[in-house]
Design a protein around this ligand. Structure first.
Ligand SMILES: Cc1cc2nc3c(=O)[nH]c(=O)nc-3n(C[C@H](O)[C@H](O)[C@H](O)COP(=O)(O)O)c2cc1C
Length: 167
């Protein structure tokens, strides 16, 4: 099958699900100080020099306006223990998703940084690129916080389910 017109959304989603990913929570803060965050697995590194990363955000996301216009956003890479945080930032609606979630201190003006992550990548918004029903956000990395726990394991996502590393 080669013609894209013959590929159903379900088949495309099924195929894309066969690409295992990590799980992140992207956070940002708007001009009023309100915190925003959503679970994202479309994260990818783009360029080493300059250091660039990307993720894509659904045009219909509640956080769309805040995340796509914030000067900075943070990619919080979740550890295996943080599945409840992934659930919270994807399923909880109409409630402050940050309530009860421990944060680490950031520098002035930085987005919320979640505690206990494998790493957090703080970015300046570099560019936004249309991508169908999503917008591709490109960020220039300004600061990185990496866990010192060498035994920490990643939270993975595969075929619509959470997974873990088997090593
Ligand atoms: C594992 C996982 C990965 C996800 N990846 C993305 C993503 O890359 N981009 C996106 O826009 N939504 C993604 N979502 C869906 C959003 O997290 C979800 O729709 C969330 O409720 C959006 O929040 P908002 O509507 O408050 O902005 C993902 C959900 C899960 C569970």
């Amino acid at each position: 099958m080669t013609g894209t017109e013959t590929i159903s959304s379900a088949a495309f989603r099924f195929a894309c699900g066969r690409f295992a990913t990590g799980v992140t929570v992207v956070t940002a803060q708007d001009g009023t100080g309100q915190r925003w965050g959503l679970t994202v697995n479309s994260f990818s590194s783009v360029s080493l020099d300059p250091p660039l990363v990307l993720f894509s955000i659904d045009l219909g996301a509640n956080s769309y306006a805040a995340i796509t216009t914030a000067d900075q956003f943070a990619i919080n890479v979740l550890s295996a223990e943080q599945q409840p945080i992934s659930d919270r930032f994807s399923f909880v609606k109409d409630e402050d998703r940050f309530k009860g979630i421990p944060l680490i201190a950031g520098e002035v003006g930085e987005p919320p940084l979640l505690e206990g992550c494998l790493c957090t990548i703080i970015c300046d918004r570099e560019n936004t690129v249309p991508g169908g029903d999503h917008t591709i956000m490109i960020g220039r990395v300004r600061r990185i916080v990496v866990t010192e726990d060498k035994a920490a394991q990643p939270l993975l996502y595969y075929a619509g389910c959470y997974a873990g590393l088997k090593v």
